[in-house]
Structures are given as structure tokens and as C-alpha cells.
Ligand binder design. Structure first.
Ligand code: NAP
Length: 304
């Protein structure tokens, strides 16, 4: 896992500014790269693989490559046609696994319907698994061993620690149990000695469980389903969810939490957009830097 990150002046009122925090993290990542290059003679390398031409995925892939270059990393962008076969994709992953200049491999999900993502994720060398989705990465996290952690929950943890300092003994609820967000989030909170409840679609009386929590992480994908008056006064709320809804005739992006009411009760809360979202790309860069150091046998960089 990463060093604990602290950052001053990131909080405006009780709104957690994920954009400002991610910029600060980016600056610290960029500052760490020359020392890596001095030690290894090369820059950290991030490979991003896109299959097909889904417009949203194209934007994500382009912005990841651009960010990697901006920070001083090597970016390798691979685009396969929509018609690519499972074998072609696996062959590309094998090629990237073998390429010494590649420290991190990210296969942009979702894949086109005819492709099976799990074998592709499992084919990635866990040392290069910057998305943290490989079962070995999940197992290392659950075992409390160093590995690469899924970017979104890692970003949530950084925001929580910047806000609260120690999480030890705090009651946390994670709403959602996906492999991408909910499960690794719960493991990260547990690793910081929070007492963790994991809620999901079969959870009974969610309102009462949320009302007991000092930390609420919402990762459902259901617009404003966590009501503001469920939030314990003073609690810290991290809203991962993103849903597009029409409000007052306009399309808007909202989270899983009823922000307008929750912000009056929460000690601190992430907005949507501008909270968790901007962190996810920067924690990917963080993971690429970490993977590069570990692969080179160097100690983890100090990004505080
Ligand atoms: P997912 O795989 O669809 O998982 C959603 C989880 O929510 C499931 O565990 C599901 O429970 C649970 N759930 C559904 N209805 C519920 C209910 N009524 N009460 C309690 N739990 C309920 O989604 P995901 O990939 O984890 O993503 C969650 C959200 O985060 C989405 O909006 C996604 O777009 C967003 N996201 C944002 C970022 C970012 O960078 N901002 C990154 C990743 C994801 P079951 O397991 O019982 O079905």
C-alpha cells in the first residue's frame, strides 16, 4: 500500500475538493519521477489498451495517456479494432507483460460484448496491475500484503485520511460490494482499523445502518438514494456514485447521496462532480509510479 498522504488546504468549508487534492498528488508524483529516472535510466511506463471506439472510453484512454505524459511518464496507447478477438487481446497483454519499459497495464473496461474481461484481467502480470483488479491484487489487499489497489477506493482512502487523519476505531459503512469499488474500499478501511459494515442490495434497513456511521462511502450508482437525513451529524461522506439525471429540464451528474441535505449534516462531504472522480485518474498515475519502483527494486516513493 501507499504511504499515507496528507495535504493542507484542500477543504473548502465542509466540501472535500477532490480536484485540488488530485492536483496536489499529481505535483508530488511529477516531483518523484526524476529520482526514478536517475536510478533506472528510464521513465515509468504506463500502457493503456482500448478495444473498439466507445466515445466515453476513448476520452478516458486519451486523458490517461495525456496525464501520464504531463507528469513525465512514458505513455503507450494501444487501440484494437472493435472486431478484435479474445486471442488478439490476450496476445497484446502478453506482449506488454514482457515489455520491460511497461510498468503498468490498464485495459479499459467495459470490453465489447463478445470479449470476456476476466481472463484478460487475469492475464495481466500482477506486478503491472495498476487497476488493481487482478484476483492476486485483491488477495494481497485482503491479506494485508503490499500490492496494487484499485484506483477509485484508493483515492477515497486518501481523501478520508487527508480529512480525518487516523481512521482507527471509526464506524464506517461502505454501500456497494463490487470488486471495483465496494470490496477493496472495505478492505482499505479495515486496514486502517475502522470498524466496517458492507451494505448491498439485500441489506435490511440501510437508513439505520448509515445513521450509525462516522464514515459513509456510497458506491451504488443509484441517483441520490442515500437520503441526507440518514447521515449522522458530523460524519464524513464519500460519494463514489455517478448518475446522469434530468433536473429542471437539464441533464446533470449526481451522486448516490442527496448532497443538498447531506452537506448540512456531514462534517465533510465529496461533491459530484469534483470529488472522487478527479482522484481516480491520479491514483492510476500513483499506481504506475509505485509499480515502476517495485519492479525496479526501489523503495516506494514518498508522496507526502
Ligand atoms: P456495481 O458493480 O453496479 O455495484 C453496485 C453495488 O451497489 C452492488 O454491490 C449492489 O449490490 C449495490 N446496490 C445496488 N442497489 C442497492 C441498494 N438499493 N442498496 C444498497 N446497495 C445497493 O457498481 P460499481 O462499479 O461499484 O460502481 C458504483 C458507482 O460508482 C457507479 O455509479 C459508478 O459509475 C461509480 N464509479 C465512479 C468512479 C469514479 O471515478 N467517480 C469509479 C468507479 C465507479 P449487490 O451486490 O447486492 O447487487
Amino acid at each position: 500500500m501507499t504511504a499515507k498522504i496528507t495535504n493542507d488546504n484542500i477543504i473548502g468549508g465542509n466540501i472535500i475538493d477532490g480536484k485540488a487534492f488530485s492536483q496536489g498528488l499529481g505535483e508530488r508524483i511529477a516531483r518523484a519521477i526524476p529520482a526514478f529516472t536517475a536510478a533506472t535510466g528510464r521513465r515509468p511506463g504506463l500502457a493503456v489498451v482500448l478495444v473498439g471506439s466507445d466515445p466515453a472510453s476513448e476520452v478516458y484512454v486519451r486523458s490517461k495517456g495525456k496525464m501520464a505524459r504531463q507528469l513525465g511518464m512514458e505513455s503507450f496507447e494501444h487501440v484494437l479494432p472493435e472486431s478484435a478477438s479474445q486471442e488478439e487481446l490476450l496476445a497484446l497483454v502478453a506482449q506488454l507483460n514482457a515489455d520491460e519499459s511497461v510498468d503498468g497495464i490498464l485495459v479499459q473496461l467495459p470490453l465489447p460484448g463478445h470479449l470476456d474481461s476476466l481472463p484478460v484481467i487475469e492475464a495481466i502480470d500482477p506486478a503491472k496491475d495498476v487497476d488493481g483488479l487482478h484476483p492476486i491484487s485483491a488477495g494481497l489487499l485482503a491479506s494485508g500484503l503490499p500490492g496494487l489497489v484499485s484506483c477509485t477506493p484508493l483515492g477515497c482512502l486518501m481523501l478520508l485520511e487527508a480529512q480525518l487523519g487516523s481512521l482507527s476505531g471509526l464506524d464506517a459503512i461502505v454501500v456497494g460490494r463490487s470488486i471495483l469499488v465496494g470490496k477493496p474500499m472495505a478492505q482499505l478501511l479495515l486496514s486502517r482499523n475502522a470498524t466496517v459494515t458492507i451494505a448491498h442490495s439485500r441489506t435490511r434497513d440501510l437508513a439505520a445502518k448509515v445513521a450509525q456511521a462516522d464514515i459513509v462511502v456510497a458506491a451504488v450508482g443509484s441517483a441520490e438514494m442515500i437520503k441526507g437525513d440518514w447521515i449522522k451529524p458530523g460524519a464524513t461522506v464519500i460519494d463514489v456514485g455517478t448518475s446522469r439525471i434530468v433536473r429542471d429540464g437539464r441533464k446533470v451528474l449526481v451522486g448516490d447521496v442527496d448532497f443538498a441535505v447531506a452537506k448540512e449534516r456531514a462534517g465533510a462531504i465529496t461533491p459530484v462532480p469534483g470529488g472522487v472522480g478527479p482522484m481516480t485518474i491520479m491514483t492510476l498515475m500513483h499506481n504506475a509510479l509505485l509499480a515502476a519502483h517495485r519492479r525496479a527494486g526501489l523503495p516506494d516513493p514518498d508522496l507526502r
